[in-house]
Structure formats: structure tokens, C-alpha cells
Design a protein around this ligand. Structure first.
Ligand code: F6R
Length: 610
């Protein structure tokens, strides 16, 4: 969602800020802005739309300074307009701020500032109140003014502020929104996300914790806790290569990330296996006693990560014989759940910053659950607030539509299921060895699926104009149907709908006619016959069918107009192979329709608001 970059050094702040904002572009935004202190005044430039529109407005060499702050905004309060874009100024234009998050009591503060102090607001945003509050409390010390302003605010925020009277200093504060400081030599950065600063600071960063305030000058970064005490923070060294967020020879990050799947699946899996094929969870503190003690598991996540959880539920129940409930985080937070110290709570998140998932985790933790998170972004809030973290080694995922994070999340689900199953004695050695063999074969099998790209591209060319697409499946295939449907709708804007195939005749089949396209997944041997019956039902209503089955299951050709084959495999691991053609199909449909594939409209990569 919104991105923040602040720089304090000796020269050309605008170049570094713009570069950092571009590295956060993939998260989604609709306007951008930058503020620099120049000749005793804070000068702000803003533009709606892409960062290049902002670049055009700051091209003049006169618009430059050794420090400044920038922001990409994803509209929540108020339309995406220049007035609503950040940075925001106080009335005297002596303070500028950028903000990620939501100020829940902004209406109250707005009214108070307007009535008591005659402050006139220029934007419709919640964020503008922060600039006015800091301005009100400013008396030559920006840190003090920020602290006083924060005391008035409720909500979630990462705020970065500058004052015209202290042009060598940036002050930032965080509560429930990510913030990192990048440690340079003779310069320093503050940013909402690591990729923005990685290149400049050789991976050396400080992770800023909740309720901490940071003061940055070009030579120093000082972190204070909520009581104003200095914090001695260890440097966190990030080993991601700064250039790993490059498209290489691909037209889009999404396609590149789809093709990275054999490698990242292998890495996620092999990093967890000992030479004797036992699962290595040495950094995870779950003992046999803990595992035996659990009588319930909640898996909680959003979007694609939730879809990985749907598969995870079935896999863990099958292997570990523990009841697993799965919920989207925004629902979990507000329902009555049964959590105690016998509950294992598994949060799944690529970004590790999704606010609903984080809030659900905190709630479960407070009520005594053991928290295990499956996260991709190292050092993210969800990772830090969990008792244990199982990292997906997918590397940075840049395309908004998640692909490689999903398949690596599935690998984690299998490993968790197998580990718990073997610890609890609910699976035997033969099954364990068989499943490990199946998992190890996945990278090569995914590569074979990727070789089908041309076929899938042609398929997309034949169906890209459809208005309605249905994804159906049974068992594990139903989980994959949801993900296939989400991929298609989010990047191609085609209306698509996923449903467990057995549920079709309870209503949804009423929508089927000769215009419908149905993607029918039949990869589960156990449910194959039943699935074919469901395909026949929709075929009888005139729908076009793209069937999917394992190689050798050629009977499906009788009931499908097109067939996608995936390599033979155990039913359990079929989701990893089944989702890949659906990702590629969605990609080429979106390409045919001329969509902005890596940055679909209205979507953000990291959803840090409720
Ligand atoms: C869809 C997609 C989203 C995310 C969801 C959760 O392709 O990427 O549905 O899966 O916003 O995000 P994380 O995994 O970062 O918690």
C-alpha cells in the first residue's frame, strides 16, 4: 500500500527518495509526493498517477536538498488527488509529514484543531491532522513535538516528519505499521519497507519496533522507546540482493516469479531437510510435548495466503489428525473463537505486514495460543510477533498477484503436516518416505508444467473475452480453484467464481449457459469419478469446459473442450502442480486484455489497513 522513503545525507536527496519510492511501486499507489527543505522553506511537489509524473515536476536542479521525505499514497480517506497526496504541511508550512496507516480519531482532532486554533485543512485525509498537531506542539524540538502529537493520536501509523528549522534531522515514529532505518555512511534512510533502501545501505538496517521513535541525522540514528529511553538496537543484516527485484528478461515480474517456482520450491523444501530426510525445524521451538498438547489448530490469513491455508487444513488434518479451522483474518478477528494454551495458531502471510492477519495473531497470542507463522518477508511484523517462524524462501515477490509465495506456502504446509504427523505417530515411516519423495520431485515436475506455457498461452487467446469464468474442484482441488479464480479476476478483471464442485447443484449451476467457461480441476484420484459427474452436469448446460487432470487420465477428454495435464503425482501434492497452469492462464488472459499485470487496479501488494 503506501510507501515511505526519507533520506538525510549530503546531497541529492530527491534522487534517492525517488529511487526508493520506485522500489516500492509494486505495492500499489495512486499518487506520490516529495518534500525538501530548500532555502528556509519546505517545498512540496505532488502528482497523481505514476511516479514519472512526479519526476517531471521535480526535474529542475533548483529543487534539491541534502535531505527530504517522499511518499506513495494508496487512497483510503479521500480521492487520489494532489491535495490528498502526501507530504502534508502544517498551516505555516514549517513542518512536513508522510504517513502510512490510519488515524482513527482524526475527525475528533480535526474538529478540535479547527475550533480551537482556526486551522484550515487542505485535504480530506486523516493524515493531515498529524502535520498540524506537530506544528502546534513544535517549539524548536521536532522529537518532542512528534511525541506530543502521537499522544493525541489513536490508530496505526508510521509517521516521518521534518521541520524547516531543523533541516539536518528526520524524526519518525511507528505504531502497527512497518518502519525500518537504513544505515549508511555519511547518510541514513528511513523507509516503510526494506527494498526501498537495501541498495544504498548494503543490507544494514534497524528494524523499528512498535511505539518507538527514531531521530536520524546524516551521521547517526537514535532510537527511543515509548518512555523516551535510548534503545540499543542490533543491526539487522538483510542478505537479499538489492537487484533480486529485477525483471531480468521477462516482460513482467509475475511471469518471472511464476518461472522461479521450481527453484524456490526446492530451496524452501531442501533448507528444511537433514541428510537423513528428517525434517529440520531447529529454529522452531515446538517440542514433542507441545505438539502432543495441541487439540486444535487455527490457520488464519488473507487472499492467496488464505488459499494456501485451505490446502494446509486438509493436509494437516490428514497427516497430524488434529482438527484445523481456517478463517480469513478479517472474519476471525471479530468472531468468538475457542483459543487457549492447547491451540496452535498458524498465520500465513507473504508480506508479514497484513494488518488483519497481524491483529488476529495478536488476539490469539493474548489468549494463550502458540503462534507459528509462515512468512516470506524476513523481519516483518508478523514474523517478529510470532513465537516461531517458518520462512518461505520465495525471495522478494514483486508482482501484486502472488504466485511463488503461494507454492512455497504449500511446501511449508506439507512439512508442518509431516513433522506433526510423524511426531504424533499418526503417519508411518512408509507414508513419510513416500511423501518426501513426492515433495522432492516437485521442482522438476513444476518445470515440466512450465514447458506447457505455449499451450496455455493459446488457450488464453481462445477464451480471454469471456465475461464469466467458474472454477470447480473437489477436495484439495477446491482449494486450488479458489486460487485459480482469484488469479484470473485480480489481473484480468474478468468476473470469476470458485466453488466446491459438489455444491454446484445447490444454486450456482443456475448461472451456467453456453457463454460460461468452467475450469474443472480433476487431479484428485479419489474424487475423480465424482468430479467427472460434475463436469457432465455443467456441460449439459452448454458451458465450455477446460478440464485439468493428471497425465494418463485421458477419459477427461470426453467431457472437456480442452484439457490441461499435470504430471502424475500423489493427490496431496497435486495443488502445487495444478496452480501453475492457472497462474500462466491468468497471466496470458490479462495480457490479451491489455491489463496492467504487475500492478492491477485498486490492489496493493501489502495491505496494511483494515
Ligand atoms: C493475491 C494476493 C493477495 C494476498 C493477501 C495477503 O494475489 O497477493 O490476496 O495474498 O493480500 O497478503 P499477505 O500474504 O502479504 O498477508
Amino acid at each position: 500500500m503506501c510507501g515511505i522513503v526519507g533520506y538525510v545525507g549530503t546531497d541529492h536527496a530527491k534522487e534517492k527518495i525517488i529511487d526508493g519510492l520506485k522500489r516500492l511501486e509494486y505495492r500499489g499507489y495512486d499518487s506520490a509526493g516529495i518534500a525538501l527543505p530548500i532555502d528556509g522553506k519546505i517545498q512540496v511537489r505532488k502528482a497523481v498517477g505514476e511516479i514519472k509524473n512526479l519526476e517531471a515536476k521535480i526535474a529542475s536542479p533548483d529543487f534539491d536538498a541534502p535531505m527530504g521525505i517522499g511518499h506513495t499514497r494508496w487512497a483510503t480517506h479521500g480521492e487520489p488527488t494532489e491535495l490528498n497526496a502526501h507530504p502534508h504541511l502544517n498551516m505555516e508550512e514549517t513542518i512536513a509529514i508522510v504517513h502510512n496507516g490510519i488515524i482513527e480519531n482524526y475527525q475528533e482532532i480535526r474538529e478540535w484543531l479547527a475550533t480551537e486554533y482556526g486551522i484550515v485543512f487542505k485535504s480530506e485525509t486523516d493524515s493531515e491532522v498529524i502535520a498540524h498537531l506537530i506544528g502546534l506542539f513544535y517549539d524548536g524540538d521536532l522529537l518532542e513535538a512528534v511525541n506530543k502529537a502521537v499522544a493525541e493520536m489513536r490508530g496505526a501509523y508510521a509517521v516521518v516528519a521534518i521541520a524547516v528549522d531543523e533541516p539536518d534531522k528526520i524524526v519518525a515514529v511507528r505504531k502497527d505499521a512497518p518502519l525500518v532505518a537504513g544505515i549508511g555512511k555519511g547518510f541514513n534512510f528511513i523507509a516503510s519497507d526494506i527494498p526501498a533502501v537495501l541498495k544504498y545501505v548494503q543490507g544494514n538496517i534497524y528494524l523499528i519496533e512498535n511505539n518507538e521513535t527514531v531521530v536520524l541525522t546524516k551521521d547517526d540514528i537514535v532510537i527511543y522507546d515509548e518512555n523516551g529511553n535510548k534503545v540499543d538496537r542490533e543491526i539487522y543484516v538483510v542478505d537479499w540482493k538489492a537487484d533480486s527485484a529485477d525483471k531480468a528478461d521477462y516482460d513482467h515480474f509475475m511471469l518471472k516469479e511464476i518461472h522461479e517456482q521450481p527453484a524456490v520450491i526446492s530451496e524452501t523444501l531442501m533448507s528444511r531437510l537433514n541428510p537423513d530426510d528428517s525434517i529440520r525445524l531447529d529454529d522452531i521451538s515446538l517440542t514433542k510435548e507441545d505438539i502432543d498438547n495441541f487439540n486444535k489448530i487455527y490457520i488464519v490469513a488473507c487472499g492467496t495466503a488464505y488459499h494456501a491455508g485451505l490446502v494446509g487444513k486438509m493436509v494437516i488434518e490428514k497427516m497430524a489428525h488434529i482438527p484445523v479451522e481456517i478463517d480469513v483474518a478479517s472474519e476471525f478477528r471479530y468472531r468468538d473463537t475457542f483459543i487457549d494454551d492447547k491451540t496452535l495458531f498458524i498465520a500465513i502471510s507473504q508480506s508479514g505486514e497484513t494488518l488483519d492477519t497481524l491483529a488476529a495473531l495478536r488476539d490469539a497470542k493474548e489468549r494463550g495460543a502458540r503462534i507459528l507463522s509462515v512468512v516470506n518477508a524476513v523481519g516483518s511484523s508478523i514474523a517478529r510477533e510470532s513465537h516461531d517462524v517458518f520462512y518461505t524462501l520465495a525471495g522478494p515477490e514483486v508482482a501484486v498477484a502472488s504466485t511463488k509465495a503461494y507454492t512455497t506456502q504449500l511446501i511449508c504446509m506439507y512439512l508442518i503436516g509431516l513433522y506433526m504427523g510423524s511426531t504424533r505417530g499418526t503417519i508411518d515411516k512408509d507414508y513419510y518416505n513416500y511423501m518426501l519423495g513426492e515433495l522432492k520431485a516437485l521442482p522438476e515436475k513444476v518445470s515440466r508444467v512450465l514447458e506447457n506455457e505455449e499451450f496455455l498461452k493459446n488457450l488464453a487467446a481462445r477464451y480471454y473475452f469471456k465475461d464469466n469464468v467458474f472454477f470447480i474442484g473437489r477436495g484439495l482441488d477446491s482449494g486450488v480453484s479458489y486460487e485459480g479464480s482469484l488469479k484470473l479476476k485480480e489481473i484480468s478483471y474478468i468476473h470469476s467464481f470458485a466453488i466446491a464442485a459438489g455444491e454446484l447443484k445447490h444454486g450456482t449451476i443456475a448461472l451456467m449457459d453456453s457463454e460460461s467457461l468452467v475450469v474443472a480441476l480433476a487431479t484428485q484420484d479419489r474424487l475423480y469419478e465424482k468430479m467427472v459427474s460434475n463436469i457432465v452436469e455443467v456441460q449439459a448446460r452448454g458451458a465450455r469446459i477446460i478440464g485439468m487432470a493428471k497425465e494418463g487420465r485421458t477419459e477427461i477428454e470426453k467431457t472437456s473442450d480442452e484439457v490441461i495435464y499435470i504430471p502424475q503425482c500423489a493427490d496431496e501434492v497435486a495443488p502445487v502442480l495444478a496452480v501453475v497452469p492457472l497462474q500462466i492462464f491468468a497471466y496470458y488472459v490479462a495480457l490479451e486484455r491489455g491489463c496492467n499485470i504487475d500492478k492491477p487496479k485498486n490492489l496493493a501488494k501489502s495491505v496494511t489497513v483494515e
